[in-house]
Every structure is written in C-alpha cells, then in structure tokens.
Design a protein around this ligand. Sequence first.
Ligand SMILES: Cc1ncc(C[n+]2csc(CCOP(=O)(O)OP(=O)(O)O)c2C)c(N)n1
Length: 546
Amino acid sequence: MTRIKVHAALACALADHGVDTLFGLAGDANLFFIDYFIREKAGTYVAAAHEAGAVLMAGGFASVSGRVGVATVTHGPALTNTVTALAENVRSRTPLVLIAGDTPSAEKENLQDIDQQPVVAPTGAGFEPVRSPETIADDLAVATRRALTERRPVVLNVPVQYQWADIDYRPAALRVAGPQALAPDPKVLDQAMGILAYAKRPIVLAGRGATAPGAREALLHLAERIGAPVATTLKARDLFRGDPYDLGIFGNLSHQVASEAIEQSDCVIAFGASLNKWTTMSGTLLAGKKVIHCDTDPAALGRLSPFDVAVLGDARTVAETILAWLDEAAIAPSSFRSERLGQELAGYRPAFRDHGTAGTVDLRALLLRLEQEVPRDRVLVTDGGQYIFDTLRLLHVENPSSYVHTVNFGSIGLGMGSAIGASFAAPGRPVLLITGDGGFTLGGLTEFNTAVRHGIDLIVVVCNNHCYGPEYVHFESRNMSPALSLFDWPDFAPVAQALGGTGLTVRNARDLDLLPEAIARRDGPLLIDAKLDPARVEPEREPRTR
Ligand SMILES: Cc1ncc(C[n+]2csc(CCOP(=O)(O)OP(=O)(O)O)c2C)c(N)n1
C-alpha cells in the first residue's frame, strides 16, 4: 500500500491491468494522470487531434489486439465530441474504457458542465462514476471488467476535484473469467445430426464469433467431413483463406462462383454469425434451406433469422463434437465439395469492365492493384461510402482480426482514427485505410498529422470521386442536378505533404504503375489521391463469365 495522489493512482491502476497504450486529448481534468502514465509508468500516449479520434483509436486498437482499448478526454465538449465514436464502438461490440474527467461538482457556473450520463446513455455505452478518491482503482477495475464482459465501451466518470487528493493506493483485481469451452446439449445436437445426415449440399458458415483459437481448424475438419464448402460473414472475412473450398463472403458481397454454390445449397450450419440481413440477403439466401445456428450467446440464436436447430456452444467444441458423432454413426460425407466446384473456385478471378478515362482511374482496377502491391500482412480499415462494396470484395487480409469495419453506425469519417489505433496493435505491419473524399475530409484530415507525429506505417487511399456518392446517386435517380453532392476539393497529395506525410496522385490507369515504388519507399504515412469518375460510383454486378 502506498500513499499517492488520485491522478497517480489512476495511472498506476491502468498499468497494473497491463494497459501500456493510452489514446487521448488532454485538458484540465485528465492532464496530470496522462503525464504520470507517460513519465512514471513508461506508458505510450497517443495524442489525438479530436476526441472522436481518441475513442476511435482505442476501438481500432481493441479490435485488432483483442485487448481492452483505453482512451481519455476531459470534461464537457470533450465528452460530447465522442458521442458518434462511442455509438460506433457499442455497435461493433468493442471493449473500451473511456476515462472522462468531470467538472467540479461544487462549481455552479463552469462553462463545460454537462450532465454526462444522459450524454452517454443513447450511445449504448456503459457509465461508471468514480465514487470517491479512495475507490478510484476499484472503480477502474469495475469499468474495465464491464467493458470486457459486456463487450462495449464504458465511460469512467472522474470528478476533477479528486485529482490532487492523497489516498492509500492498493491495486484492484480485474475479475474476468477467461475464454472456455461451452459443450452443446446432446439432445439438441442429436437434432442437428438428423439434419446433417440428410444434407446433400451443406455449407459451413463462420462469423466473427467463430474466430477463437482452434475454431478455424475444427470448422475446416467438420466441413471436409460433411463435404461442405466453407464461407464467412463480412466480419470474419478471410478466416478460411487458403482452403480450396473457401467460398469467401456469404451474402450480398459474394462473388459469382460462391453465389451459385449458395443458391444450390440445401443446408447451412452457421457458427458465431448473427445471420443479419446482409449475410442472408434479407432472408432470401436461407429460404428453403435447413439452418443449424450455433452460438455461445442464447440471445443471438434466432434473433435475426429463423433456424431449424439452435445449438448453444462454442464453435470449436460444437464442431469437434459433431465430428466425433459423425464418425461414430459412420455417416458418409456429401458430395458438395466436388472437383468441379474446386476447379471453379481455383479459377475464379474478379471480372469487371474498366471504366477508366484519361483523367480518372477505375475503382476496381485501383483496388486490384492495391491488393497486389500492399504487403500481405496488412491491416485493412475501411471508411464508409459507395466504394466500400468493391473494396470489401476485392481486398483481402490474412485473418479476420486484420480487418477493421468502421460503419457499424453508418457513419463516414471514422476510418482514420480506427486505423491509427489498429497500427498500435500491429507493430511492424502496414495499415491500409480505404476512404472516400467525403469521409477523408470529415474525419481523416484531422488525424492525418497524428499518424505522422507517431510515425505510423499507414497507407491512406482516398477514392476521390469529388462527390458524396450516395447523394449523387439519389439526385441522378430523380433526374435532378447532383451539384449539391459535388466538391471541388484541393488535391490531397500536397495536403498530405503539408501535414508531414507523403502524397501521390493517381489520375488514370497509367499512374497505377507508380504504386509499387511509392509503397516500397514509404517511410511514414503515405496518401494516395486516386481520381475517380463520380458517374461511376455505383457498384456494378460482376459480369457473368459463363
Ligand atoms: C457522419 C455522417 N454524415 C453524413 C452521412 C451521409 N453520407 C453517407 S455517404 C456520404 C458521402 C460519402 O462520400 P465519400 O466519402 O466521398 O464516398 P463515396 O460514397 O463518394 O465513394 C454521406 C455524406 C453519413 N453517413 N455519416
């Protein structure tokens, strides 16, 4: 037990929980604690330019590392600036603690006073007030435990007047149960076996809830055993990369060969997937098929989509148990993993018509070149906009945790903060951020220099059609002038240079040949301003190859 100030105790408590990286923006109510964390605890502190950036960074860090992300802001407008970022992280189910200072409770006319709990409530984040100076370590432990077990951001509200109070510091234990196997009920599994035994064309589908260690191998064994191709949701993208029967994404982003296989299938066994409207294409992809839905969360089973059998259990244990039962009952595999399907998958190449002109590059040509040129161990972060559909189809990662999805709240402009945070969870690996010009000007510009200051290996690709894509399409579809959606931005490459990074402008297909050298020679944030045609913003269906 040591006698220290509350701000020091907060820094010690963070370090005692293994937190080594803190994202924030300093003000009256958190500056001494940040200073102590850096000086006395050798913590890494990332100073964001906007509070939204700080929270997004903590979210990106948590998403890639699998650890709790921690951010800090001061009171009043600093907290209101985080609302969208909190809502995003609630919807992505990211464990995150936001340490927010609060104005002195005794002070009547503090300009920055605002009732914090009602500010946070509609975002869906949790709220934990620090009860007294003496309980600060315990209250942080409660907030952290809640963030990890409830899988959402929790705001820890720290009254500013506590900062310099002396307390007896004692580390508080973080009581969080580790991951564990959850075995299925044999009676329920028996029903699932009844379906699998008769399935002629089953598919094994994995969501982000099926990406725990060991799950991939168990699901692939199961798939092989029942003769099923494998597929994932968007958020579990590339989990089965390398398997010859990997269909890729199941849903509205499926490629042509996968779509055909999904259409023919008569049974889907889904693990850790919510079966939302994008995965099921509003239910149409599961219609007429038998559905076995497996998840560790009883509330997830059947929440968004009907099932024939709902199995409570973790992906690995359920898959391994089914495998053992299949062998015991000597059930033969289906023939859906046919040689023909394997050949079609091996031979599949994305097909598209190149709409590039002398002054614009085709989005798909750009993305396919990036797929080739950006090192494979990249982390991929997408902002929001029309370009996202092609981006998610054509760019790949080595495993699902290397992909950060930032449009869970449908907001543009959240990619840059998330990308910076992700980089701190993936040292030595490049982070590739794909953003629109609207998203970049809304949220990316603000933090580009933060990436420069911290020497981050970041490649920002601005899909610059100098317009708000969906708004352009709305106007055009009603034969109205799209003028309101068009923007005469400055070139972004010199802007990136002025902010301390490097910039490259890609004006047409020929300029794509500049990418390899620019990417190879990068030594800090690199921005690629790719000029696209606003009239070509809508994703096209893949032309049929057969
Ligand atoms: C915070 C926020 N403000 C406004 C919108 C509405 N909106 C949706 S897409 C979009 C424009 C996106 O433009 P850009 O980033 O250039 O990508 P594009 O669609 O043109 O490819 C806007 C303004 C939004 N989704 N989020």
